[in-house]
Design a binder for this molecule. Structure first.
Ligand code: TMO
Length: 312
């Protein structure tokens, strides 16, 4: 049934026959999946598209930082969402040891501390980080004592928020979650009762369609902030700045990808997601309750022109 539907869809788009691409290996392409929704759905989107042109694929869950080592070593073949704000350091390192930059999406990204807009009245001066810091007592919990609680991301997302709190001498403590779903459960619980909360969030995401809120404005990011202690307001510390406010989103692949699966590599190079397409991919699962596989099918059905453009 699934196969027949894919044939029907791609047949209707005229994509199944007359391929001008070179032949791909019959070995499965290992597609890396990570632990947030849009990444998993969009990995399935590309996987289903590759299957429709005759490739075999496998999905391989990996850590947001370690995946770059695996791709550089050729143990995994590609990852479709490389976020500047959380992966730039590991990504850059991997490019020097064999991984290949497969280009940027159209999407512009941001990952940082975020709060619901009703807090603007509770903490005058927001979204400035100093206003948030002055408001720390309102965010104190049993876990954090007199300090404000920042609900932080899972450890493997490569953020350095405890260091940022220290570097900026903030009266806050990071309490990381184990998985993204916990971020949204915490947000929903606070939002329903109009209680203050500050948590890790990113865009594009399904959150912006469902909750009204803003990013905290930290000292503006510059690359030197991460490497040069003298940069920024703390002369003895790195990480005394926010994440990039207009970050890139890229694709990364193995060197083997192009050699063994030139057809798939050519498609991956063309793949480019927009902000609304990424937010919609997340919403199909996190709001509508589809499985990633179903969500990918639906996404392909509603973005046929985009998919077609990858295959030309
Ligand atoms: C990498 N992420 C989108 C979860 O911040």
């Amino acid at each position: 049934m699934k196969y027949v539907r894919m044939i029907a869809l791609f047949g209707a788009l005229g994509l199944m026959s007359g391929s001008a691409f070179a032949e791909d290996s019959g070995d499965p392409i290992k597609i890396v999946t990570n632990n947030w929704t849009s990444q998993v759905v969009l990995s399935n989107v590309i996987g289903q598209v590759l299957e429709s042109v005759g490739d075999k694929v496998e999905y391989k869950p990996s850590d947001t930082q370690l995946q770059f080592t695996a791709i550089a070593a050729g143990d995994m073949d590609f990852q479709v969402e490389v976020w500047e704000g959380s992966m730039a350091e590991s990504f850059d390192k991997s490019l020097k040891s064999g991984a290949v930059d497969y280009g940027a999406h159209q999407a512009v990204t941001r990952e940082d501390w975020w709060y619901p807009s009703y807090m603007n009245e509770m903490c005058p001066g927001l979204p400035d980080w100093k206003a948030l810091d002055a408001c720390a007592a309102k965010l104190a919990t049993a876990d954090t004592g007199s300090k404000g609680r920042f609900v932080g991301p899972p450890a493997d997302w490569g953020k350095h928020y405890s260091e940022r709190i220290q570097a900026l001498k903030m009266n806050f403590q990071e309490v990381p979650v184990g998985q993204a779903a916990t971020l949204w459960a915490e947000l929903q619980a606070a939002y329903d009762r109009k209680e203050p909360i500050v948590l890790f969030n990113w865009t594009p995401n399904f959150i912006e369609a469902k909750f009204d809120g803003q990013f905290v404005e930290f000292p503006k990011y510059e690359p030197a902030c991460l490497t040069d202690p003298k940069w920024g307001q703390n002369p003895d510390a790195v990480y005394d700045c926010g994440a990039p406010a207009s970050g890139y989103l890229k694709k990364v692949g193995s060197k083997e990808l192009d050699q063994k699966w030139p057809k798939a590599a050519a498609i991956l190079k063309k793949v480019s997601f927009t902000n609304p397409q990424i937010a919609a991919a997340a919403a199909l699962v996190d709001v509508d309750g589809l499985t990633p596989e179903e969500a990918a099918k639906k996404w392909i059905e509603t973005n046929q022109d985009t998919v077609k453009s990858w295959l030309q």
